[in-house]
Design a protein around this ligand. Structure first.
Ligand code: NAD
Ligand code: GLY
Length: 381
C-alpha cells in the first residue's frame, strides 16, 4: 500500500499552511517519498542533503525550464553544501534520444561526478526519463532525484522508475528501471506551463481514473470546471501510481501493465507523427479513444462510460482523432515494434467498466485496424 506520511515539514510550507502529506512509495531498499505541495523548490537542497551525502550533483534540465527554475534549485543545493553543475538540453521529445544521453554523460564525466555523486532531473517527462536513464547507466548507476515540472510528469512519469530514451521508429525502446531517491512535485511550477502542455497531462490522469478509480472523474470534472483542487488531484494520482508500482515494480505481474491503457496505439501514433509534433499526452488521448472504443466492442464497456471518458478528454481540448494524412500502415508497423507486442501477440489493456481494467490476450491485428478506423481524422470535404 502506498502510505501517507503525516510528518511535519514546516520548512517546506508557509507557517499557516497545513502539513504536507507526502506519498511513500514502499519498495523496500528502493523506497522513497514523493512530496507534493507549493513552493518546495527553494528547500529541495536541504531535503536532498538528508538522504544523499555526495557533494557533486548534475542538475539536468531543458531550455524552457532552465531560465524559470534552475537558479532556485542550484541555489538551494549550494546552500545545502552541494556543488551543482547545470546541464541543459533542447526542450522537446527529440531530446529523449541516445545522442542526447551520450552528450549528457560526457558532460557529467567532464564535471567529475563519481559514484557518490547524483543527478537531479528538473523538468517534464522528457527530462525525467533522460536524466533517470543517464543516472541508471553512469558508472553502472548513481542516485537521482526527480523534480517534475509538468502535470504529466508530476502525476505519472516521475514516479515508478521507468527511465529511457526513444529510438527513431518507436518510443522508450532503450531504458532501465531505476527508482529515484526522492521526488518533489512543486505544484507552483505548473503556473508557467503553456495551456497545451497543461492540458496534455490530463490524458494520464484520465487514464488513471479509467483503469483504477472511477470516482476520480468527479475531481477531474471539477478541475475542468475551475472548481477543483489541483494539489489534491495530483497527490491522488501519485498515490494510485505508487500503489501499482509497489505491487508490480518490474511489470511482471500483469498489474503495472494496466498503466499502458491507451499507450499501445498512442505510442505508435506519437512516433508516426514525428517526435514533438503531437505532445505525448495528445497522442495518448487518441490512443485512449481507440482503446475505449475497443472496450465497448470486446469487453462490455457501455456507451455512457465511453462518453464520460471522451467528454473528460474533450474538456481539456485533447485530440480524439489522428492528424490529417497520418499513414495507418506506418502506425501499425510501429505498433508491432512496441514492447507490449510479444512473440507476435499483443497484450492490450481493455476496460470492463470505468475503474476496472484487464490485460487481454485476445486482441488481434484486425482489432487494431478497426480501432484505428475509429480514430481516423474526419474527412475534409
Ligand atoms: P516535456 O518534458 O517535453 O514537457 C513538455 C513541455 O513543457 C516542454 O517544452 C518543456 O520544456 C515544457 N515545460 C516543462 N515544465 C515547464 C514549466 N513548469 N513551465 C513552462 N514550461 C515547461 O513533456 P511531458 O509531457 O512532461 O513528458 C512527456 C514524456 O514523458 C514522454 O517522453 C513520455 O514518454 C514520458 N513518460 C514517461 C513515463 C514514465 O513512467 N517514465 C510515464 C508517462 C510519460
Ligand atoms: N507509465 C507507465 C508506467 O510507469 O508503468
Amino acid at each position: 500500500m502506498a502510505g501517507v506520511f503525516l510528518v511535519s515539514l514546516g520548512f517546506l510550507m508557509p507557517s499557516s499552511a497545513p502539513a504536507l502529506q507526502p506519498v511513500f512509495v514502499n519498495l523496500g531498499t528502493r523506497a522513497y517519498t514523493v512530496q507534493v505541495g507549493r513552493n518546495l523548490l527553494p528547500n529541495v537542497g536541504q531535503e536532498i542533503a538528508r538522504k544523499l551525502q555526495g557533494s557533486k550533483v548534475a542538475v539536468i534540465t531543458d531550455s524552457n525550464v532552465a531560465p524559470l527554475y534552475a537558479e532556485t534549485v542550484l541555489g538551494s543545493l549550494r546552500a545545502a553544501g552541494k556543488q551543482p553543475v547545470l546541464i541543459t538540453v533542447p526542450a522537446g521529445e527529440a531530446s529523449k534520444s541516445m545522442p542526447q544521453a551520450e552528450r549528457v554523460l560526457d558532460d557529467i564525466a567532464a564535471a567529475g561526478l563519481d559514484r557518490k555523486s547524483f543527478v537531479v532531473a528538473l523538468g517534464g517527462g522528457v527530462i525525467g526519463d533522460l536524466a533517470g536513464f543517464v543516472a541508471a547507466i553512469y558508472q553502472r548507476g548513481i542516485p537521482y532525484v526527480q523534480i517534475p515540472t509538468t502535470v504529466l510528469s508530476q502525476v505519472d512519469s516521475s514516479v515508478g522508475g521507468k527511465t529511457g530514451v526513444n529510438l527513431k521508429d518507436a518510443k522508450n525502446m532503450v531504458g532501465a528501471f531505476h527508482q529515484p531517491a526522492h521526488v518533489f512535485a512543486d505544484v507552483e511550477t505548473l503556473n508557467s506551463l503553456p495551456k497545451r502542455e497543461w492540458n496534455e497531462g490530463f490524458a494520464e490522469i484520465i487514464k488513471h481514473a479509467a483503469i483504477r478509480d472511477a470516482s476520480l472523474f468527479e475531481e477531474i470534472e471539477a478541475v475542468a470546471d475551475g472548481r477543483g483542487d489541483m494539489t489534491s488531484l495530483i497527490r491522488r494520482n501519485i498515490a494510485i501510481k505508487a500503489s501499482i508500482v509497489e505491487q508490480d515494480e518490474f511489470e511482471t505481474q500483469g498489474l503495472r501493465a494496466l498503466l499502458n491503457f491507451g499507450h499501445t496505439l498512442g505510442h505508435a501514433i506519437e512516433a508516426a507523427a514525428g517526435y514533438g509534433q503531437l505532445l505525448h499526452g495528445e497522442a495518448i488521448s487518441i490512443g485512449l479513444h481507440a482503446a475505449t472504443w475497443l472496450s465497448t466492442q470486446l469487453s462490455g464497456l457501455n456507451q455512457d462510460e465511453m462518453d464520460r471518458i471522451l467528454s473528460a478528454l474533450k474538456a481539456f481540448d485533447l485530440p480524439l482523432h489522428m492528424p490529417q494524412g497520418m499513414d495507418e500502415q506506418d502506425v501499425l508497423r510501429r505498433m508491432k515494434m512496441d514492447k507490449k507486442f510479444v512473440e507476435g501477440s499483443i497484450r492490450f489493456v481493455l476496460l470492463r467498466k470505468l475503474g476496472e481494467s484487464f490485460v487481454s490476450a485476445e486482441t488481434r491485428m484486425e482489432h487494431m485496424t478497426q480501432a484505428l478506423d475509429q480514430v481516423r481524422a474526419p474527412s475534409v470535404s
